[in-house]
Write a protein that binds this ligand. Structure first.
Ligand code: BTN
Length: 331
């Protein structure tokens, strides 16, 4: 018999905060009421707040604070064929784990969430702070089989989709700092790390990693990050439903990926970039290897390269690099 967990979770979710009768659940699952009680106990042990009343049954009062695969799967509205999700307690890096599983032949697309990572990485090999603190660490694995040149605006497109999602799901105003930083009120709440394996001129394996600061408390940041990093919970003043937001992220990423592969994104790209770009018109220094290019940001081109107007009034395009914002002079 397949696991009863999704049925129990779906029944609880369907009644929202209403009661679900133990007898009805037992009938649906073809098991005894004692067995239903055991499943409920298992969910409680996983962090679900479930109330029991003798005459009424069970009701969900609070979702688990941590990632729960069954709950995410039960809430997911879209599911591309073959999609699967794994939730781990700990791994070195979800990007590395996804790459290993792709190499071992796991059917794609899939996603891996870890509650904590011991060797999480950001761009340029920088470490990413990833203890078990209520933040989201997730990597998606795809096999796009597209020419590498087609992939250039991928990270930017995904970042824009995440901004759209957060803007719609919360009262927050996200911004995107080229190429991969999710910015709120001048501080970073998320970063993207896209990695690919190219074979015979095709992107064979693609891993899209996202670190999104959801629920970490302000006091938990190490001193060097405290000024620069922020979580969505700090910004909204309340903790977020981890599994609900993670489900929304997964749904959005899968949809955005499909639109990207179908080539159905170009029109929206410029409009969205305009909406979320935090660099446009700002004076910056772009670091390209060891070379520094000061200038004013004009935006990005269709391939996602940064357009910079330098001192001599010329426009240069930079497919890659690291941007530092120059301080706006005090008025
Ligand atoms: C950056 O801002 O430089 C990108 C940070 C990306 C961090 C995420 S957390 C999930 C995934 N696993 C990793 O090792 N890195 C990405």
């Amino acid at each position: 018999m397949s696991s009863p967990e999704p049925t129990v979770i779906r029944a609880l979710l369907a009644r929202q905060t209403g009661w679900v009768s133990g007898g009805d659940l037992a009938k649906k699952l073809g098991v005894t009421r004692v067995a239903v009680w055991q499943y409920i106990e298992k969910l409680r042990a996983a962090g679900f707040g479930i109330e029991t009343r003798r005459s009424s049954g069970y009701r969900l009062v609070s979702p688990p604070p941590d990632a729960h695969a069954g709950l995410i799967e039960a809430q997911l509205k879209i599911r591309p064929r073959g999609f699967s999700l794994t939730v781990l307690d700990e791994t070195d890096s979800t990007n590395d784990e996804a790459a290993r599983q792709l190499a071992a032949g796991r059917v794609a697309p899939f996603a891996i969430i870890a509650r904590r990572q011991t060797k999480a990485r950001g761009r340029l090999g920088r470490p990413w702070h990833a203890p078990a603190n209520g933040n989201l660490y997730i990597s998606f694995a795809f096999r796009p089989q597209l020419a590498p040149a087609r992939m250039t605006p991928f990270t930017l497109w995904m970042g824009l989709n995440l901004c759209e999602l957060i803007a719609n799901a919360t009262a927050l105003k996200p911004g995107l700092k080229w190429p991969n930083d999710l910015i709120f009120e001048g501080r970073k709440a998320g970063g993207i790390l896209t990695e690919a394996r190219v074979d015979a001129d095709q992107i064979r394996d693609l891993v899209f990693g996202l670190g999104l600061n959801l629920n970490s408390p302000a006091a938990a940041w190490p001193a060097d990050l405290g000024q620069r990093a922020v979580s969505l919970a700090e910004l909204t003043g309340a903790s977020l439903d981890f599994n609900r937001l993670t489900t929304a992220v997964i749904g959005r990423v899968l949809l955005a990926y499909q639109r990207f592969v179908d080539g159905d994104y170009a029109e929206n790209f410029a409009t969205l970039w305009h909406r979320y770009d935090v660099l446009r018109g700002r004076t910056v220094t772009l670091l390209e290897g060891t070379r520094r290019h000061p200038g004013t940001v004009l935006g990005v081109d269709d391939e996602g390269a940064l357009l910079l107007k330098t001192g001599r009034g010329r426009t240069h395009r930079f497919p890659a690099g690291e941007v530092t914002l120059e301080k706006t002079p005090a008025a």
